[in-house]
Design a protein around this ligand. Structure first.
Ligand code: B12
Ligand code: SF4
Length: 382
């Protein structure tokens, strides 16, 4: 079940309660874990937050899993059956995705009971890069690993047949590294063939990307993406050097490159759903106007704005901790919408007010998009 959609009842019956959460949900996740323990239930927690901050989760008899769940799950079940869960489980090495069982998507769909129409689909784990604010390489490593093509296609089809949309949320699908782009193009070609020749029900909301990746794409790849039925990129900004220069440092040439990336997509009838970040160490108070200028000049109709957040375990967290800048450790505030550290080149208030102003000014101009995507079509994800 998903506690964001239906409130969890600690009195619920069960032999073993397995909880998964990343940082924004850690406050609530730990609250539920402790409430279950108080009822004498067996509880195991895992996921990005427990993997990176196990010491925050342990205590009161809560078992903590560090790393991937698959290699230790058998042991956890045995120990739970014997009523002797250990304090900590650590996966030795990575799980071979070639043997991944097909997930019980029916349970996932049932938990959402028609409330959500858009589902993230994972096709790889890990990333060879080490962007300062990203938790992914810290948890899943720098070697990309891929789910089998048949497995991914079946997940996509299962959602599509239920008239659900799928999103490829990771921005690493099209990287020119470790064979990622070659594999993803192969997947796209299968989707195109099955759509065009067999009428297969693939339905997409967006594909994650970054400005450097968009600029590096071959024309043919852009055509394949569009033919596969993908009409939006989820364009993550503020993690890569081009958008850091464009918005954070105000370098004109970099802004032109970012605009060129958006234009390229539009030429292929693919729009950008842009995620714009403010509060990087080099950002001054001009970052907000530069982001808004980009959305205006780029003709962006759908955007989100985020405050740089030092997620525990990331290089950014290490840097800000060392500089003594982190003042808020309430994990539910780590959701990209709160200032949890003292910024370098502006005040906390300037960062918060500038962030709110971006939302207000952008959606003041595009109110109809907000209403249509967030309410009518059940596409609220966060
Ligand atoms: C899909 C996704 C989403 C979806 C979530 C949909 C859903 N139904 O949960 C959406 C789009 C909604 C989303 C939203 C957000 N996301 Co997000 N998202 C991801 C993404 C791309 C994939 C997560 C995933 O499913 N991974 C695949 C699974 C298999 O991996 P896993 O969760 O780590 O699980 C493995 C192990 O950890 C372990 N495990 C996990 N749980 C458990 C439990 C038990 C009991 C056991 C034994 C083992 C175990 O076993 C699993 C299999 O090996 C990641 C990046 C990434 N590639 O991981 C970012 C990521 C998790 N998101 C992130 C962030 C910041 C957010 C937002 C705050 C963004 C925002 N601005 O609002 C929101 C927060 C939402 C919320 N309220 O919690 C950050 C989290 C940083 C952190 N340290 O916590 C990540 C890491 C992105 C990043 N690059 O930094 N996100
Ligand atoms: S932000 Fe994207 S490219 Fe950078 S480390 Fe994370 S997944 Fe990789």
């Amino acid at each position: 079940m998903d506690d964001r959609l239906s409130r969890f009842d600690p009195g619920m019956e069960g032999d073993l309660f397995a909880l998964s959460f990343f940082t924004p949900a850690a406050t609530r996740g730990l609250e539920i874990a402790r409430a279950l323990r108080a009822e004498g239930k067996q509880v195991v927690v895992g996921g990005i937050f427990p993997s990176l901050m196990p010491e925050e989760c342990e205590g009161d008899g809560v078992a903590v899993v560090v790393g991937e769940g698959e290699p230790v799950w058998g042991q956890i079940l045995e120990d739970a059956e014997a009523g002797r869960l250990r304090a900590r489980y650590r996966a030795a090495g990575h799980y071979d995705l070639g043997g991944a069982p097909f997930p019980r998507l029916d349970l996932y769909l049932e938990a959402h009971r028609g409330l959500v129409d858009d589902y993230p689909v994972q096709h790889s784990l890990g990333c060879p890069f080490g962007c300062g604010a990203c938790a992914l390489p810290c948890v899943m490593g720098r070697q990309m690993r891929f789910y089998p093509e048949e497995w991914v296609l079946r997940v996509l089809r299962t959602f599509g047949e239920q008239e659900k949309l799928c999103s490829f949320t990771e921005d690493s699908a099209l990287l020119m590294a470790q064979g990622a782009r070659i594999r993803f193009r192969k997947l796209l070609r299968r989707i195109i063939r099955e759509r065009e020749e067999e009428g297969a029900a693939y339905r997409f909301s967006y594909l994650g990307a970054s400005v450097p990746v968009l600029l590096s794409l071959e024309e043919e790849t852009l055509r394949e993406i569009r033919r596969a039925g993908i009409r939006r990129f989820y364009l993550v900004c503020g993690f890569d050097p081009i958008t850091q220069d464009a918005f954070g440092r105000g370098i004109a040439g970099a802004l032109e490159k970012a605009l060129a990336a958006v234009e390229r997509c539009r030429d292929h009838d693919i729009l950008a759903y842009t995620s714009l970040l403010a509060g990087n160490p080099w950002d001054d108070a001009g970052v907000f106007d530069r982001c808004l200028e980009f959305t205006e000049r780029g003709g962006i109709d759908l955007a989100e704005f985020v405050i740089a957040t030092p997620y525990p375990g990331t290089p950014l967290w290490g840097q800000l901790e060392a500089e003594g800048r982190i003042f808020d450790r309430t994990w539910k505030h780590y959701n990209d919408a709160n200032v949890v550290f003292r910024p370098h080149r502006m005040t906390e208030r300037e960062l918060r007010d500038g962030y709110l102003r971006m939302w207000r000014e952008f959606y003041g101009r595009h109110a109809e998009v907000a209403v249509e995507t967030d309410i009518i079509r059940n596409r609220v994800q966060f």
